[in-house]
Design a protein around this ligand. Sequence first.
Ligand SMILES: [Fe+2]
Length: 425
Amino acid sequence: MTSRSPASPQAEQSDCPCRVSGTSDTSETRSPEESRPEEPPSAMERPPAAIVAVVDDNETARKHLCAVLKKEGHLPVPLSKGSLLLRMLEKAPQLPDLILLDLVMPELSGYETMTRIMADPRFSDIPVIFVTAAGDVDSQLRALDLGAVDYVTKLCEPKLLLRRIATHLQQARDRKTLKLLLREREAYVEALRDNLSELKHDMLMAIGDLVEFRDSVTGGHSSRTVRLLDAFWDELLRTGVYADTLSTWDKDVFLQSSLLHDVGKIPIPDSILLKPGILTPEEREVMKRHTEYGAKIVDRIQGDSTVKKTFLHHARRMAATHHEKWDGTGYMQGLAGEDIPLEGRIMAYADVYDALISDRPYKRPFPKDEALRIMREGAGRHFDPHMMKAFLTIVQRDDVMEDGVAPDPGPAPGNCLMSAMSAAG
Ligand SMILES: [Fe+2]
């Protein structure tokens, strides 16, 4: 309810302006049957009472409309000016369900009042019906263009006016219900999306674990590279290196994608993947193919879907190119410079550095200074030189790599020191 007391309309049916003007909006002659007072609708038929603001500077017209509304069970709020309506909308604890708005009024006209109502999203959903003496087409069109739901003349039959009010109230209620349903559906879809996102992350972690389980020498590699990449990403952005590209990517998606960078090791035979010792040249060639296998596995996950899956896009480029080198001597495609996708160039840093500082059955971790020297010397040879400064900055932070030494040494025979050994020269 509003803070103001609604008027106590005194006007009766005979006070209707249309009767005063001596005209009617229908030429039909009312039969005695039609002239009898209407039977009040049953409780089941009667629509819920509505708060209706009646804005009209003409007191007679205002009282008449209020009386008509009150008789129907509605709660009219009489207002003599557009400015009073706007003040009521601002102050009243409950907004009106519908507004009957006169067109020609002093100070603010109906059009101006309507324009202000529609400009405020708090009020623009309230249905507004223009009730005015002006019945020309241009006036009606202008009112409808401004957002009015209807336009009736002051000569309108009360029954017809009430029917139109009932229709617009019902439509407003329907719109409200639809909005509510839409909001609920959006919340549901959002929750589903969160669940799917969690599921996707868990599945990717599981795949990453599976890769590490198969390639037991690199235990903890995925989680460490994710931690490195996280800090590396922030530093690149902070220092403006490839920031134009990175700022268009989602970091979380990128980090999740990195879990698949070695997914191509899954099809590598155990005899090679788990070999306790240095690989033969032939075995190295097979091992190199994990980049090709990785791209194919991601393609298979992608399937025939035409939906753009950003994380799979990153994952494919990372899996296929994380062993490429800036000078073109890497594998499998021998790409060079910026022909290597940015995902592969970034992953190369984290992949090699983790291999350097990790313990292996036939190698102790490189001391941090030695690992940093090897990385530095790889700028422009193995690594994209533009990113070296940012990488050196983050690996010297204790919170990123726990004194620069990777925890959780691999328990089993090693095979894939290819990255580390090739970086070491
Ligand atoms: Fe790899």
